[in-house]
Ligand binder design. Sequence first.
Ligand SMILES: Nc1ncnc2c1ncn2[C@@H]1O[C@H](COP(=O)(O)OP(=O)(O)OP(=O)(O)O)[C@@H](O)[C@H]1O
Ligand SMILES: [Mg+2]
Length: 171
Amino acid sequence: MSDQRLPAVHSASQLDFISHSPAQTERVGQRLGEQLRPGDLILLMGTFGVGKTHLVKGIARGLGVTDLVTSPSFVLVNEYRAGAEHGAMPIYHVDLYRLAGAADLATLGLEELWEGRGVCLIEWPGRAEAMLPHDRLVIQIEHLSETKRHVRFVPHGARYLSLISSLRGGS
Ligand SMILES: Nc1ncnc2c1ncn2[C@@H]1O[C@H](COP(=O)(O)OP(=O)(O)OP(=O)(O)O)[C@@H](O)[C@H]1O
Ligand SMILES: [Mg+2]
């Protein structure tokens, strides 16, 4: 793993969408979800109520999840099960906003979540930054108006570069 960042490459490879509704944000998530594989790590950035959980709902739908997707609260991690066509892999939906302190972070066992069995989606990942691997897909959501959002995908590492190029190609 390298700390070397290549800003020019990242900016050329990033992908931007404007979403005009919660349903459209979910559809963007669904297209991404269809392509995810065990070991994938996705960080969802953006302020309160911007649409991170809506995007996760779409990702889950794309993975054939039939469980109800809700915001992780006291437990910090919700686990769903992908559909058979995605190997029924686990999907870990993490929200670190309510993380109380470093002790909590240590007891959560987060590392296991991105070590290959399933897909890991993290809202408010900042608290865990020091333990997160370099390779990840960052999704930044910005509020443009009451119903409009700017959704930006920023890939870090070869796996996510190829994921974004296949999303861009509409495949
Ligand atoms: N284009 C849009 N995409 C997503 N959500 C939208 C959009 N327009 C309006 N909304 C509304 O914004 C809110 C997004 O809520 P959501 O729980 O997904 O946000 P969040 O980023 O997960 O918040 P939190 O930081 O509290 O976890 C919902 O009320 C949704 O209806
Ligand atoms: Mg949320």
